[in-house]
Design a protein around this ligand. Structure first.
Ligand code: UD1
Length: 420
């Protein structure tokens, strides 16, 4: 296992280009199971998670080539309907092969993804959706088995205790595209990555309307064909880079962004006193003066993303004043709190809230990454800290940030990788 060593207190400067969105590419790769034709996906980030999904697709019978950000996915042999525990357990997003396998083959056996460090993460909404489409669902030996002679369109309310679900919306949408008749998903997730998936499915011949709103309508079609698609930029990587500029008092031009996908974050930063210069597909962020503390509540899109909560906590930990951070998607997603406190932050957790009292400086320490976004928050803290920070279990960062060391180094950061 590798660790990341960061010598902090360098103002990041320069230009960086954001990679394709991890949360778009994974379900879009799964969607290729809905056709025998070849699909070409461009702008694909070379991530640990992308490579896990490649292994899953190969195990399910697909031929996958991945070169210079382009995936070519074709059918090599008859599609296998069983997605194995070994692969599914390493990445929750692999559960989204359930919908397309069921839609295409009328049967699927997919390992339950299990919980993870950021919370329990149930799949009840996924199952509610496919049952409503007429699937018989059994849970046995840690696997979901779903069967249906022919799925039938239905009116489905997919809201849960914490609001909408991104991957449940993806799964149900992918199951419904080949169902007979019309499906309406109410309380659908509105995230840009759901829209990207729906756009890809429409290019394959699906008839989906309303993506990006809480009501998605799907008119079932008989079959889907191959398609070519370019993945949208990763809004979480863009957001993380914005915060890297601010926490190091730097000056960065960030290319390949869709500004409207960053609305809630930019709004919060403007409230904190940051001015962001917005270009057409780029933005320029320059630290000018100390920020104001701002309270943050995570919500489904277009609210403030839970995937930016940890990174924002790092920034607020060195911002004068008190910030209250409320986590409404994953109330236990606070593993980074104790690690940030090791670096000198003053953060107190109270249930789904974290109370952050800004400190004048963080000091480099040995810390441990517990999950993907927590590791990004520790990297940000390390960039701002005095002295050396050593982040162990850095493989978490590789799950979602393409070439992160190279990108940070190109902005002047002093980062290197070492064997644990
Ligand atoms: C996706 C993202 C992840 C992000 C999350 C929330 C991908 C690959 N991952 O994960 O990066 O943090 O959205 O924006 O796109 N829930 C239920 N029942 C279900 C499903 C979910 O109660 O059947 C709950 C979850 O526990 C959570 C909330 O709904 O509290 C939202 O989770 P969900 O949107 O499903 O997250 P994912 O799609 O797994």
């Amino acid at each position: 296992m590798d660790k990341l060593i960061i010598e902090g207190q360098v103002k990041l400067k320069g230009e960086v280009t954001v990679s394709g969105a991890k949360n778009s590419v994974l379900p879009i790769m799964a969607a290729t199971l809905l056709t025998e034709d070849a699909c070409i996906i461009k702008g694909v980030p070379d991530l640990r998670d992308t490579n896990t999904m490649i292994r899953i697709l190969r195990a399910l019978g697909k031929g996958v080539e991945f070169d210079k950000g382009v995936l070519v996915i074709s059918s090599l042999k008859k599609t296998n309907y069983i997605a194995d525990y070994k692969l599914v357990s390493t990445m929750r997003a692999s559960f989204c092969v359930l919908g397309p396998l069921l839609g295409k083959l009328g049967k699927a056996k997919v390992s339950l993804p299990g919980g993870c460090i950021i919370g329990v993460r149930p799949v009840d909404l996924h199952l509610k959706g496919i049952k409503a489409l007429g699937a018989d669902v059994d849970i046995e030996s840690g696997y979901i088995s779903a069967k249906a002679k022919k799925l039938k369109g239905a009116h489905i309310y997919l809201g849960g205790v914490y609001g909408s679900s991104v991957l449940a919306t993806d799964n149900v949408m992918m199951a419904a595209v080949l169902a007979s008749g019309k499906t309406v998903i109410e309380a659908a997730a509105c995230e840009p990555e759901v829209v990207d998936l729906a756009d890809f499915l429409n290019k394959m011949g699906a008839k989906i309307k309303g993506q990006g709103t809480p009501t998605i309508e799907i008119e079932g079609v008989r079959c889907l064909h191959g398609a070519t698609h370019t993945i949208i930029p990763d809004r979480i990587e863009a957001g993380t880079m914005i915060l890297a500029a601010l926490i190091t008092k730097g000056d960065i031009l960030i290319r390949n962004v869709i500004l409207r996908h960053l609305g809630a974050l930019i709004d919060k930063l403007e409230e904190a006193g940051v001015s962001i210069i917005k270009g057409e597909n780029s933005l320029h962020v320059r630290y000018k003066k100390p920020l104001n503390a701002v309270n943050i509540t995570t919500l489904p899109y277009p609210g403030f993303p839970t995937d930016m909560q940890a990174q924002m906590m790092s920034l607020m930990s060195v911002t004068p004043g008190i910030t209250i951070i409320t986590e409404k998607i994953y109330p236990d997603r606070f593993m980074h709190v104790s690690e940030l406190n090791r670096m000198g932050a003053h953060i107190q957790r109270e249930g789904p809230h974290a109370i952050v009292e800004g400190v004048a400086r963080l000091s480099g320490s040995c810390v441990m990454a517990s999950d993907l976004r927590a590791s990004a928050s520790l990297a940000l803290a390390g960039l701002a800290a005095f002295g050396k920070t050593s982040i162990s279990r850095i493989y978490h960062l590789e799950r979602g940030y393409e070439k992160i060391e190279e990108k940070l180094e190109s902005l002047g950061a002093r980062v290197r990788r070492e064997k644990e």
